[in-house]
Design a protein around this ligand. Structure first.
Ligand code: AMP
Length: 221
């Protein structure tokens, strides 16, 4: 069987990362986030990371050649054969075309592209206050979800928390602009390939998880 390739599309704050981790748990697929891969490259101080850092902090898109090199490298790892959930990739027409080609070379194609449909203004509030546990990655928010005991992670008991350098209101506006200009047009690309699924994603995390599980269960069976 050809392994499923599921794409999550949506603006910053739509819940791509949260839902991708849940699909990993529910279906044994591998989450592949180009944002995470780029942040790891920045932290490691690699050449790609040094080039990407300022672009990411400005909320703009890193060049296709850097992103594609990082993605191809990750796609070559053995665990990817279980199937992947692409979170934050592709983000441009050139990336979508490169992905189609990469998959076609091994007789594969995109199984489903799921567009998480949300309101922009709500995304600014969501993204601006979010932070994660440095130990287990559990997500929190200044307004919407504080740990039960202040300063201690509910899930792993860790006390170190991280905030992304680009999760502030000004940079989120830039990221939304980049999304609408460069990424939203991909919705039509996948509609044309007859693999597009639209999911209303302003509701509860559990409700959206259930809708995604229905879709993935159907297309990846
Ligand atoms: P994310 O974690 O998906 O929100 O991505 C954080 C930042 O990393 C984005 O604002 C971009 O600067 C960069 N980035 C992540 N994925 C891509 C991509 N596929 N193409 C270009 N830039 C990306």
């Amino acid at each position: 069987m050809v392994a499923p390739v599921i794409i999550l599309l949506g603006p910053p704050g739509a819940g791509k990362g949260t839902q991708a981790r849940m699909l990993e748990e529910d279906f044994g697929l591998v989450q592949l986030s180009t944002g995470d891969l780029l942040r790891a490259a920045v932290a490691a101080g690699t050449e790609a990371g040094r080039k990407a850092k300022a672009v990411m902090e400005a909320g703009q898109l890193v060049s296709d050649d850097i992103v594609l090199a990082i993605l191809k490298d990750r796609m070559a790892a053995p665990d990817v054969s279980k199937g992947v959930i692409l979170d934050g990739f592709p983000r441009t027409g050139a990336q979508a075309a490169a992905l189609d080609k990469l998959l076609a070379d091994s007789g594969q194609r995109v199984t489903a592209a799921i567009s998480l449909e949300v309101d922009d203004e709500a995304m600014i509030a969501r993204v601006s206050g979010r932070y994660t546990c440095g130990g287990c990655g559990e997500g929190y928010h200044d307004q919407f979800k504080q740990p039960a005991t202040a300063g201690t992670c509910d899930k792993c008991g860790g006390t170190g928390f991280k905030r992304r350098a680009d999760d502030n209101a000004e940079t989120v506006r830039e990221r939304l602009t980049a999304y609408h200009a460069q990424t939203a047009p991909l919705i039509a690309h996948y509609e044309w390939q007859s693999v597009l699924e639209r999911v209303p994603a302003m509701g509860s995390i559990a409700g959206i998880r259930a809708m995604l599980a229905d879709i993935v269960g159907r297309v990846a069976a």
